[in-house]
Write a protein that binds this ligand. Structure first.
Ligand code: TTP
Length: 352
């Protein structure tokens, strides 16, 4: 069993909204969302009072107001969120060097070799959450599991301000009962499609085979089959080893115009900038746009670039969209490629 890994996924609760509620007490007991500017702005996140009305991240502000007329929408204060993010990363680094930040408020930690807290991943997660609460007055949730896929799902189980441990002996039982809609990559439409074929939980997938799954979800079948067995061997992408940064979103409903795709890129771009923040020392050499079509085929258009430029993503989109041939768009993604970082690879090889 010694080769079992111990992965923690930490996710701050309602991050931007929680920071606003912390700093402005008048926001604490009202439905609150953090959003952008303009009539077509979309929300970044909302607090739990607002979520009761169905208000969600990425929702147009106008729609959110219809669902929750008393909603207060405030402007994001990125500098404050970045500061909080820097602080939580510093807390993570007290426990392990193997940190893969996913966004400002979310990270995977590999604590397989950690020695603090008697090497107990459960205690480390507990301690990190209490450090965060004591030092930032914010709450976080954690998932602890033998791999990234399960740790990420686990961190959502006892949200907010909770944690969930899936020890190796509990993996089979956990995935048996897991709804397929919890698997990253399965959006509402694919979930519905799987349901129509009789697949609702991972147990249903486990009783099936890859070929049958291929007929329903195409290339995603392999990964789905493995995940339904609780298997995910991906190592952490420690930021200094990153060759690229990718961000994508599967849409609630397929899009049918380039303009709609551009709006999605506008909001993804903001998120990409956030994710880029921890890699500010890296030299950008490439930008790319990925589209996945309604039939699950996908296309990627890339070009050389030396900065993260919104306008360039739009022109790449134009080229990618011209390949749609009337197919709907089910996923939009952005990528940035980085140059090798010689000084860091040197450091790595010296430390081997
Ligand atoms: P999430 O971790 O997805 O959400 P959350 O922290 O707000 O809520 P939860 O407790 O349910 O995890 O996102 C983290 C932050 O990233 C969020 O507070 C705001 C920002 N964000 C956007 O700006 N746009 C988006 O579409 C999403 C999903 C998040």
């Amino acid at each position: 069993m010694s080769n079992q890994r111990k992965i923690i996924h930490i996710d701050m609760d309602c991050f931007y909204a929680a920071v606003e509620m912390r700093d402005f007490p008048e926001y604490r007991n009202i439905p609150l969302a953090v959003g952008g500017d303009g009539p077509r702005s979309v929300l970044c996140t909302s607090n739990y009072q607002a979520r009761k009305f169905g208000v969600r991240a990425a929702m147009p502000a106008i729609k959110a107001k219809q669902l929750c007329p008393n909603l207060t929408i405030v402007h994001g204060r990125m500098d404050v969120y970045k500061e909080a993010s820097k602080h939580i990363r510093e807390i993570f680094s007290r426990y392990t060097d193997l940190i893969e930040p996913l966004s400002l408020d979310e990270a995977f930690l590999d604590v397989t070799e950690a020695t603090l807290c008697q090497g107990s991943a459960t205690l480390i997660a507990q301690q990190i959450r209490s450090d965060i609460f004591n030092e930032l007055n914010l709450t976080a949730s954690a998932g602890i599991a033998p791999n990234k896929f399960l740790a990420k799902i686990a961190s959502d189980e006892n949200k907010p301000n909770g944690q969930c441990v899936i020890t190796p002996d509990k993996v089979a039982n956990f995935v048996e009962q897991l709804s397929l809609k919890k698997i990253p990559g399965i959006g509402p439409k694919t979930f519905e499609k799987l349901n129509r074929h009789g697949y609702v939980t991972c147990a249903d997938v486990r009783q099936s085979n890859i070929r049958a799954l291929q007929n329903i979800v195409g290339k995603f079948a392999n990964s789905l089959y493995l995940k339904a067995h609780g298997v995910d061997n991906r190592a952490l992408e420690v930021s200094r080893q990153r060759k690229s940064l990718a961000i994508e979103t599967t849409l609630m409903e397929d899009l049918s115009t380039q303009d709609e795709c551009q709006l999605v890129i506008e909001s993804l771009y903001e998120k990409l900038l956030t994710r880029l923040a921890p890699h500010s020392n890296r030299e950008i050499i490439r930008q790319g746009v990925k589209l996945k079509f309604a039939d699950f085929n996908q296309t990627t258009v890339e070009t050389q670039s030396n900065a993260c430029q919104q306008a360039l993503f739009y022109s790449l989109l134009s080229k990618a969209y011209s390949r749609a041939n009337k197919r709907g768009i089910r996923l939009v993604g952005l990528t940035l490629g980085f140059a090798d970082n010689p000084s860091e690879s040197l450091q790595l090889s010296l430390s081997l």
